[in-house]
Design a protein around this ligand. Sequence first.
Ligand code: ADP
Ligand code: MG
Length: 233
Amino acid sequence: MSVGAIDAEALGRWVRAFAAEVSRHKEVLTQLDSAIGDADHGANMDRGMAAAVAAIDLESPAGPRAVLTTVGLTLVSAVGGASGPLYGTLFLRMGAAVGEAEVLDGPGFSRALEAGLAGVVARGKAEPGDKTMYDALAPACAALAAAFAEGVDLDDALAAAVGAADAGRDATIPMLARKGRASYLGERSIGHQDPGATSIALLVRTAALTLGTGSGLGGAGARVCVEDAGTLA
Ligand code: ADP
Ligand code: MG
């Protein structure tokens, strides 16, 4: 694979890396969801991504669209919580956006992620500042698009997206939740990091590590949240 060529194999690496990071941080994701939800985000995402990896192994999807569609369909059917349909829609819309392309370049990947974000919004109606996965995903998409518009290379563009996703995730802490289970808590949701924004930051970081070389990240690990002792390789 040449540098910057995002093909089915690269997307498969991304899905596997995300599944591994979700599994590694399952307890933290659950801990975050126990504060403002029902303590199942880690289990939901772990079950869904393990099933997605198993589906890829079984079906060996050929081409970017098939990989992304397989992951999306699996998440929709394997995960009961809000995150299953939302993450499922993200991958399904990405798959539809890439069409018949065998290989995506950076801007093509960026456009697919934007389409995925639009799907998440269509499904969940999240707006900026509602304290959801949108608040990490939208800044990541915007950073990626802006970087490519400026002619930045894939590694640096993905690194910019990682920085934006991490900042977006951290910015959910002081927000008042207006969507999903956390919204039932009203003011008491303030001061807690959103679990879905936290898993999105893992999704974006694993993209940088598998679709690019990860070199733009500067080699430093990152904390997933203040409660987390672990770092991300
Ligand atoms: P559930 O809330 O059904 O238990 P999860 O715990 O797996 O599902 O996922 C919760 C996450 O889903 C939240 O942290 C939030 O980021 C995301 N979420 C919930 N509702 C919405 C929505 N309407 N739009 C976008 N994201 C949402
Ligand atoms: Mg939950």
